[in-house]
Design a protein. Sequence first.
Length: 266
Amino acid sequence: MRKFSILALFAVLVFSLLAGCGKDDAKGNSKEKVLSRVKDSKVLRVGFEGTYPPFNFLDDDNKYDGFDVDISNEIASRLGVKAKFIATKWEGLIGGLKADKFDIIIGQMSITDERKKSVDFTDPYVVTGSVLITRKNQNDISKLEQIKGKNVGVGGGTTFEKVARSVNGANVHLYKTVNEYIQDLINGRLDVIINDQLLMSYNIQKEKLPIKIASDIVNKDSIGMAVKKGNEDFVKELNQALADMKKDGTYNKIYKKWFGTDPLSE
């Protein structure tokens, strides 16, 4: 019996050590290195909404297009792999990244201290800013403090929500998609919406919307690519690829293609 007990204890210890060397840590997070997975599979799986023109959207041929798509394809090429796009609702992006449903988020995610608790970010690949948007015939809102007492539409869980809530007395209404709150602004259910200046400039012109950008930038946003924590080697390669794109002019070419202007300085 004693010999059996010692052998049994030894087996338990060996099993425990092997389990500790697996792919999950104590919190159940995968310890598999994302860069190795990407290089082995020859595929960079990119998560984004897929409904956010001009950044990421389905074109007339039902293929993903946009600024984020061009950036993703170029990054993937410099890593020696192909990009594969996985559309996911905004609120599920970070969860999907942590669950390894994709390898990276390249989908207009602002770098914030709160998000840094959940993911790691690359250097910014876009610097843009929040602006106030009103109906064309409005002239009562041009500064952030003027949204006090107004019905304000923003995307839930975005930096635009944070900007709106920074003004005491603003009646903030949360939406799941930008199209919903643009329509509510046009129809008079909202007084003002807050969104990205590049996105709104593109959509107002393309869709000939009866709305206007009514303010200067009220909050500067640095947009990064998000990766799963613990993948410093992946972040390093992504930052190098981005730096090389900017140095050789590829980044500026992509930026001008979509926005017709030079990028904002960081």
